[in-house]
Write a protein that binds this ligand. Structure first.
Ligand code: SAM
Length: 128
């Protein structure tokens, strides 16, 4: 069986070389979502996660899976539909609302006491 160590390293292109030390500010991320500069989003999910999903899950059910910097990653929907508990953290409320809309998910919205401006959005997946 292939393992994660077999995953080929992504070669650095000259573009990545120039960008790798650059810090993108929160304002710039919000601007990217606002102006639709979201080339990082993969409609079909990340190919490496798709390829190794079975290895990651290893037959386990009800896992709690964390997606930091989640954007509107479609993998969160796949995993929720499979019965896993997904927690994503994202700066852009717009990204999260797009995620819910694009997957036709109803959600609740609450503020988080003690963390100014932070919100938690909750979705309940109904398993077939
Ligand atoms: C390169 S994108 C990746 C998004 C997603 N994981 C994907 O593969 O499509 C990085 C994401 O992190 C979010 N982000 C940037 N800074 C953040 C922060 N401090 N806290 C939470 N999310 C942040 C951005 O808004 C953006 O959606």
């Amino acid at each position: 069986m292939e393992s994660f160590t077999d995953v080929p390293r992504i070669k650095e292109s000259s573009d990545i070389g120039q960008q790798q030390d650059r810090v993108v500010t929160e304002e710039e991320w919000l601007q990217k979502w606002k102006t639709r500069q979201i080339g990082f989003h993969k409609e079909q999910g990340h190919p490496i996660l798709r390829k190794y999903l079975d290895v990651l899950l290893n037959g386990r059910n009800g896992l709690r899976i964390f997606f930091p910097l989640c954007g509107k990653a479609v993998e969160m929907k796949w995993l929720g539909d499979m019965g896993h508990y997904v927690v994503g953290v994202e700066l852009s409320e717009c990204a999260l609302k797009e995620f819910f809309t694009e997957h036709d998910l109803s959600y609740s919205e609450e503020t988080i006491p003690g963390i100014s401006g932070a919100k938690v959005f909750k979705v309940c997946f109904v398993l077939a």
